[in-house]
Design a protein around this ligand. Structure first.
Ligand SMILES: [Zn+2]
Ligand SMILES: [Zn+2]
Length: 432
C-alpha cells in the first residue's frame, strides 16, 4: 500500500496511493487495507498533486476510497487512468475531479516540482520512474521496475535517460527493494512467451492459464499463442476482463487480440480453447476457483485438460494454491505451476541484485533510500547500493522523514501513520 510524499518550500507532491490485501483469520475474502492519510489531509492546501507511477493495486487501488480526503489533481498515464476509472466505477468510489493524462517521457510542473516521467520496464505497461527536481536538488523515484529487453508490450528497457541524469547529477534514488535478496537478473517477458508457447504446443485438451490480471504482456502473449496453435482465446474473471478492456481502450494490445465471449468458449472442441483466468493465488470466487468447484456459469474443465499457473505463489497463499492444484489434479486435469517448472512460465516485475547494481552505476546518486519491501529487502538493497559505489544509504519506516539538506538524514516518526480498512457491510473506512 504505497504512498510517498515529497516536500519542498512548504509544498508537497504525493506519489502513488495503493491498497494491500490482508487475510484476516476466518474470513473468506481478504480485507482491503490502505494507508491512513491524516497527516496530509490535515494540510491538503499544501498538496500540489498526486502522481500515479503505474496501474498496480498497491500503487493506485486506494484512490477510489481516499481521493476525497485529498481533493488534489491526479496525474497518470493513459493506461493507469483507464484502470483508475474502471476501479473507481467497480468500487463505487469518487473519481478525481481533475485526472490529467501524461504520456511516458513528458515533463510537467506540479507546484515547485519539475517532474519528468521516464519510461521504465515492469510487469504492467506504461510504468514510469520519476525525476523530481527543485532548484536545490534532484531525486529519482524508480517506481516498481526491472530491466526487460523484451517486454512484449511497450518499449524495451533503455538506459540512455538514466545515464544522462547520472552525468547531470542525482542527489537521491528512491528504489524498489522487492527482489533485492536475489542475485542476478529477472527473466524477460519474452522468455516467458517462449516458455508458455512450448508448454501449450504439446497440450491436447483445453488450456487455461492463470496469471495476474494486470499483466497485459502475458495476455498479449497468450493471444499470439492462441493464433499460432489454432485455438480461440477466452478471458475468464472480471478483473482480467476489465484489465483487457482498459489495455484495448488505450491501444496497448495488438488488433489481433479478440477474445471470444466465455459463453461461446464452452461450445468449442477442447483442442480449440485457450483461456486466461484470474485466481492463480487460489482466491475464493475467482475464475480458477470456480473451475475447480465446477460452478463457472459458462465453462467447465474435464480430465485431460491443462491448467498452467503463470505466476509465483505470493507468501501466505501457499495453502489455497495447494488446494487448487490438488483439487484439479484429483479430477485428472494436468497442472503445470511456474514455481516448479523447468520452463520459464513467469517473470517477476522487480529488480534483482544485478539490475539494482546497473541502475545505481548509471545514476551514481549521493544517497540511496530503499523502499517497497520488508526490512530485510530494504537492508539488502542498501548493501547493493553501497557495493555499487553509493556513499550514503538511509533506510526507515513508514512515517519517517528523509531530508537532503543541509546534509542527508532522517527524522524518525515525523508523520503519524496507520492503516484503514474498507468495511463491506457498512461501506465505510475503519481504523485498524
Ligand atoms: Zn508495487
Ligand atoms: Zn508494480
Amino acid at each position: 500500500m504505497n504512498f510517498n510524499l515529497f516536500g519542498h518550500s512548504d509544498q508537497w507532491v504525493a506519489v502513488d496511493c495503493g491498497i494491500t490485501l490482508e487475510q484476516v483469520p476466518g474470513a473468506l475474502r481478504p480485507s482491503v487495507q490502505m494507508p491512513d492519510l491524516s497527516f496530509i489531509s490535515a494540510r491538503r492546501e499544501q498538496l500540489a498533486g498526486l502522481i500515479v507511477t503505474h496501474a498496480h493495486e498497491d500503487h493506485l487501488g486506494a484512490l477510489p476510497y481516499l481521493w476525497e480526503q485529498l481533493r488534489c489533481p491526479v496525474y497518470a498515464t493513459p493506461f493507469a487512468a483507464a484502470v483508475l476509472r474502471h476501479k473507481t466505477r467497480s468500487r463505487r468510489g469518487v473519481l478525481p475531479s481533475s485526472l490529467i493524462e501524461i504520456e511516458p517521457g513528458e515533463e510537467i510542473k506540479v507546484g515547485p516540482f519539475d517532474i519528468e516521467w521516464i519510461p521504465i520496464t515492469h510487469s504492467t505497461p506504461e510504468t514510469c520512474a520519476l525525476s523530481i527536481t527543485t532548484p536545490q536538488s534532484r531525486i529519482l523515484h524508480t517506481a516498481d521496475w526491472k530491466i526487460d529487453a523484451d517486454p512484449v508490450v511497450g518499449a524495451a528497457w533503455s538506459s540512455t535517460r538514466f545515464g544522462e541524469l547520472g552525468k547531470a547529477g542525482v542527489d537521491a534514488v528512491i528504489c524498489d527493494s522487492t527482489n533485492a535478496l536475489r542475485a542476478g537478473y529477472s527473466p524477460s517477458e519474452g522468455a516467458v512467451a517462449a516458455g508458455l508457447s512450448r508448454a501449450i504446443q504439446v497440450c491436447t485438451g483445453r488450456v487455461v492459464v492463470g496469471c495476474f490480471s494486470s499483466n497485459v504482456a502475458r495476455m498479449q502473449t497468450l493471444s499470439s499463442i492462441a493464433a499460432k496453435t489454432g485455438r480461440y482465446l477466452g478471458v475468464l474473471g472480471r478483473s482480467a476482463e476489465g484489465m483487457a478492456r482498459c489495455a484495448q481502450q488505450v491501444g496497448l494490445l495488438s488488433p489481433q487480440f479478440q477474445p471470444i465471449h466465455s459463453e461461446h468458449l464452452g461450445y468449442l472442441p477442447p483442442q480449440e480453447v485457450l483461456a486466461v483466468a484470474t485466481g492463480s493465488q487460489g482466491e475464493w470466487g475467482a475464475a480458477l476457483h470456480r473451475l475447480l468447484m465446477q460452478t463457472h456459469p459458462d465453462f467447465a474443465l474435464e480430465a485431460g485438460d491443462t491448467v498452467i499457473l503463470s505466476s509465483k505463489t505470493i507468501p501466505g497463499n501457499e495453502e489455497p494454491v495447494a488446494r487448487l492444484v490438488d483439487g484439479l489434479r484429483d479430477r485428472g486435469i494436468h497442472v503445470i505451476a511456474a514455481d516448479d517448472s523447468a520452463l520459464p512460465l513467469h517473470a517477476s516485475g522487480h529488480p534483482c541484485q544485478g539490475e539494482l547494481t546497473d541502475l545505481y552505476q548509471l545514476l551514481k546518486p549521493t544517497l540511496a533510500i530503499p523502499v517497497h519491501g520488508e526490512a530485510e529487502h530494504m537492508a539488502a538493497n542498501a548493501n547493493v547500493a553501497r557495493e555499487a559505489g553509493v556513499e550514503v544509504t538511509l533506510t526507515g519506516r513508514n512515517g519517517d522523514l528523509f531530508y537532503l539538506s543541509p546534509t542527508p538524514g532522517v527524522r524518525r516518526r515525523f508523520a503519524e501513520v496507520g492503516r484503514l480498512a474498507w468495511c463491506e457491510e457498512t461501506e465505510r473506512l475503519i481504523k485498524v
